[in-house]
Design a protein around this ligand. Sequence first.
Ligand SMILES: NC(=O)c1ccc[n+]([C@@H]2O[C@H](COP(=O)([O-])OP(=O)(O)OC[C@H]3O[C@@H](n4cnc5c(N)ncnc54)[C@H](OP(=O)(O)O)[C@@H]3O)[C@@H](O)[C@H]2O)c1
Length: 315
Amino acid sequence: MSSTSMQLVTFDRYGPPEVLSVTTGPVPRPRPGEVLVRVRAVSVNGGELAMRAGRLRPFTGNRFPKRVGIDLVGEVAEPGGSRFAAGDLVWGLTGRRMGSAAQYVAVRADRLDHVPAGLDAVRAAALPAGTTAITALRDKAALAPGERLLVRGASGGVGHVAVQLGKAMGAHVTALAGAANLDLVKELGADEAIDYRAPGRLGRYDVVLDTVGSDLPAFHRLLTPRGRMVAIAFDLDRPARSLGFIAAHAARRRRWVRFFSGNPTTPLFAELGRWVTAGAIRPQVDRVFPLSEVAAAHRTLEQGGVRGKIVIEFP
Ligand SMILES: NC(=O)c1ccc[n+]([C@@H]2O[C@H](COP(=O)([O-])OP(=O)(O)OC[C@H]3O[C@@H](n4cnc5c(N)ncnc54)[C@H](OP(=O)(O)O)[C@@H]3O)[C@@H](O)[C@H]2O)c1
């Protein structure tokens, strides 16, 4: 491989993890305002599985090849006049365009920040999804100390940060997770940990953060009169009904439901870094796969039961 070519993950049709392949392509040329990053680690996000399987086809279309990878941790290769220096360890997101699962990516400088001191690339790669948790709990729900928070999907990529953030913001946190991961969400700080397959009678909550998307009305009914629901996923089996429910409740003054699509920029990563430096948010890496085993990484997340994040490490 020459220095102008690189390895990247692509797929030519929607389907199971095996559609993913590691191919060779040109190293991107950064445009003005962009930084060239040599990627050290990326994580696998729940949304990528749905995209790869074709379950988001109405949004992602039928043009191939497509790429995967949303977040990244890497070293600055070409700072491009930004505030970064060559060799700096940075984290960020590629934006709405996927493709961070590649040896090099060109990313807008305002979507990157320095990784907090003391965090290595693999552990850092477990955390960028935490920017979604910050937007949900701080900006959308305005979670207040003493409020009762319910996190659905609490052991997942977004959920495991949301549990820790909720505690750090002073809330009483109830975590819904699989039975095998109740110990994990307790360790992360949840006051109560409940098996989502046998939840029994749940309580009432001021804020529900839903990272699952199914059964939104049932969880909405758990809201207190001043309650707020933030959904970051919708029901892929019944998209129209699910999105319709969100839309019908979005403009309400009380017991509203908000959905957003995260598009974090540097200040949000800086906020994430402050929580990490303060010791309030810790990364949770379940397993690390080499780039060559990207299909196995997707398969593992798809099989469920993952504790935190699956990370792909680059050579
Ligand atoms: N809107 C946005 O900006 C935004 C940003 C990030 C992610 N997302 C979306 O949020 C969703 C979660 O993403 P992620 O990366 O956190 O995924 P993830 O790491 O796969 O986590 C999903 C979690 O949900 C749990 N789960 C599955 N079914 C459940 C149920 N019925 N009740 C409670 N928990 C359940 C899973 O537990 P088990 O594996 O143990 O079953 C898993 O821990 C995806 O749909 C993704 O597209 C949206």
